[in-house]
Design a protein around this ligand. Structure first.
Ligand code: AP5
Ligand code: MG
Length: 213
């Protein structure tokens, strides 16, 4: 099964993708995580995208399509979860072509609906484990008091450079201008399912499971 998790910054795409990886042996393809890895390891591409990401703007279609193309050629396990990709109509068309080339198809597009006020609160309170990628939140899922990640025991707590109010405003603007048209695109293509992303993490997880059938 290949699926897209579609939603604004802070909708909970990464959080829910990790659950699907554990429970369905799927592969999470987060272009945001791939770009941050490139940035942290200091590659040429990483240097190019660092400022763009920090400002909350989208990096070029060419770069992210290239990243996804590479990953689709690897092991497919229980299928792919596209997290934060596609984000433009050009990326959506490219994904359809890439899947077609691999003899694969898209089974569902899950829209995660969350209102803007909740997004600001979630994003400004987020932290992530630098070792295993587990996602935390100062308000709803705080970094453990013993200072060690509850998933892997690392003490490498990270905050993202773009998790501040100014960058978030830009990220939201990019979402509404360039990414939200994909909802109409996938509705017309078929396969769009919407879930309420505002409940508890476990409730959202159950809604996604129901939507996927
Ligand atoms: P990316 O990394 O994809 O960021 P994003 O889309 O802005 O989304 P986030 O990762 O911020 O949110 P999320 O939905 O994963 O939420 P999470 O689960 O962490 O992209 C970053 C940048 O990279 C872009 O701005 C762009 O520059 C570039 N980029 C990436 N892909 C690109 C592409 N395809 N094209 C062009 N440029 C691209 O949850 C957020 C917080 O909420 C956490 O603290 C979590 O614990 C909490 N939370 C989650 N669920 C719940 C819940 N149900 N209740 C309460 N709290 C919750
Ligand atoms: Mg994410």
């Amino acid at each position: 099964m290949n699926i897209i998790l579609l939603g604004p910054p802070g909708a909970g795409k990464g959080t829910q993708a990790r659950t699907l990886v554990e429970e369905r042996n799927m592969i999470q393809l987060s272009t945001g995580d791939m770009l941050r890895e490139a940035k942290d390891s200091g590659t040429e591409m990483g240097k190019v995208v660092a400022d763009v990401m920090a400002r909350g703007e989208l990096v070029t279609d060419e770069i992210v399509i290239g990243l996804i193309r590479e990953k689709l050629q690897g092991d497919k396990q229980g299928g792919f979860i596209f997290d934060g990709f596609p984000r433009t109509l050009a990326q959506a068309d490219a994904l359809a072509e890439l899947l077609d080339e691999q003899g694969e198809s898209l089974d569902a597009v899950v829209e995660m609906r969350v209102d803007d006020e909740a997004l600001v609160q979630r994003i400004t309170a987020r932290s992530t484990c630098g070792n295993c990628g587990e996602v935390f939140n100062d308000l709803t899922k705080p970094w453990p008091a013993d200072g060690k990640c509850s998933n892997c025991g690392s003490d490498d707590v990270k905050r993202r450079a773009d998790d501040n109010e100014d960058s978030l405003k830009q990220r939201l603007m990019e979402y509404y201008k360039k990414t939200s048209p994909l909802l109409g695109y996938y509705y017309a293509k078929g396969g769009l399912r919407s879930v309420n992303g505002l409940g508890e993490i476990a409730d959202v997880k159950a809604s996604i499971a129901k939507a996927l059938g």
